[in-house]
Design a protein around this ligand. Structure first.
Ligand SMILES: Cc1cc2nc3c(=O)[nH]c(=O)nc-3n(C[C@H](O)[C@H](O)[C@H](O)COP(=O)(O)O)c2cc1C
Length: 178
């Protein structure tokens, strides 16, 4: 039986118009953190120099046409600069590149300090020591809550390392090899 309005207490917070209770943020993070991912650094090039950020929301989307994607926070400072360039390069990190991931997640740091790279065909940085790279032209961008879903059309890609991948799981780094 539905509780009457007088005994049900305050209704759970719900997004306007949906009638569904909002999922608690901590629970969302905890549960989704159980989905293991790799780690990438998405890079781009601007008139002021290279830009890049650590990203674990990277995914393969379509084979024909070849599309990949990732999600960028709405308040990302790097993404709008890559968008302006119209291209980006996804650098898949190897198991020994945890420090690189941390560096590219840091605010107000020179993320490219001491980092070797050369331009991918789009001009976006291909970082030294990575496992694989996927160079893309910006295909589409879709608003999605507090992130945007970025879709890239692959223009070139390659495998450039031989070790295992850097893994991100439950908020921490891990490796597939012991
Ligand atoms: C392992 C890891 C994965 C991350 N994944 C994402 C992601 O998928 N999307 C995102 O917007 N930020 C992600 N971040 C956070 C950004 O790297 C971080 O907020 C960075 O400072 C953003 O830089 P920007 O403001 O220059 O874009 C991740 C950070 C780490 C350490």
């Amino acid at each position: 039986m539905e509780p009457s309005a007088s005994t049900s207490g305050p209704p759970p917070a719900a997004p306007p118009g949906t009638g569904r209770p909002e999922v608690e943020e901590a629970r969302f993070r905890l549960v989704l953190g159980h989905f293991a991912t790799g780690v990438t650094v998405v890079t781009g090039t601007t008139a002021e120099g290279p830009v890049g950020l650590a990203v674990n929301s990277f995914t393969s989307i379509s084979l024909s046409p070849p599309l990949v994607g990732f999600c960028a926070r709405n308040d990302s400072r790097s993404w709008p600069r890559m968008r302006a360039a119209g291209s980006f390069c996804v650098n898949v990190l190897g198991e020994d590149q945890e420090e690189l991931s941390r560096a590219f997640a840091q605010l107000d740091a020179d993320r490219f300090l001491g980092v070797g790279w050369r331009p991918a065909p789009s001009g976006a940085p291909r970082l030294e020591g990575i496992l694989a790279w996927v160079d893309c032209d910006l295909e589409a961008e879709h608003a999605a809550g507090d992130h945007v879903i970025v879709v890239g059309r692959v223009r070139d890609l390659g495998v450039s390392g031989h070790g295992g991948p850097l893994v991100f799981y439950r908020g921490g780094y891990g490796r597939l090899t012991p």
